[in-house]
Design a protein around this ligand. Structure first.
Ligand code: S3P
Length: 183
């Protein structure tokens, strides 16, 4: 699957639809691997001093995507870290290339129905503030699932397992790929 086995450099990129658990899993994974964690949306929010939702409203999605490209480019140049990306990061070719070539990419794959169950009360995600968020998640899934699969080195079905279980599954996959996991 094209994963290199250089143990010195380790960037794990987490991709998947909103609500699949990228940030929560990423934070735990970073703790277990004892390396820094970055969430690309949080980095954008800190830099611009505004929420992603307000950024979408004021400057539009295209502007957000441009900033996201720069932030993901920067984060994936680190030596060792976990990078959780926004659900739409794979829409841009630059992000797909940078993630695929610089990271071990894990796709946390969830069905739209399950994501809807988790996100039905969420107000922070601009794309889901629509009359029928389930339909929107189904549309996002049909467009993005092939892109996530194209970029991913590992696909982890998330259904409803615990975060602990998901992190262990990712660590097991990384170990098989030759990464040293601290005990
Ligand atoms: C987006 C997902 C969000 C955030 C922005 C756009 C998307 O991140 O980047 O609202 O296009 O799916 P999460 O996947 O962390 O919700």
């Amino acid at each position: 699957m094209g994963v290199d086995c250089d143990n010195r450099r380790l960037i794990v990129g987490l991709i998947g639809l909103p609500g699949c658990g990228k940030s929560t899993v990423g934070r735990q994974l970073a703790r277990r691997l004892q390396i820094p964690f970055f969430d690309s949306d949080q980095v954008i929010e800190q830099r611009l001093g505004t929420s992603v939702r307000v950024l979408f409203e004021r400057e539009g999605e295209a502007r957000f995507r441009d900033i996201e490209v720069d932030v993901i480019d920067e984060l994936t140049r680190h030596e060792r870290c976990i990078v959780s990306t926004g659900g739409g990061a794979v829409l841009r070719t630059e992000n797909r290339l940078n993630l695929k070539t610089r990271c071990k990419v894990v796709y946390l794959r969830s069905e739209p129905g399950e994501l809807y169950r988790r996100l039905r009360h969420d107000v922070s995600r601009p794309l889901l503030q629509v009359a029928d968020p389930l339909k929107k998640l189904q549309e996002l899934f049909s467009v993005r699932d092939p892109l996530y699969k194209e970029v991913a080195h590992f696909v982890i079905e998330t259904d409803r397992p615990s975060i602990f279980h998901l992190v262990n599954r990712i660590l097991a996959q990384l170990e098989v790929a030759g990464v040293n996991i601290p005990r």
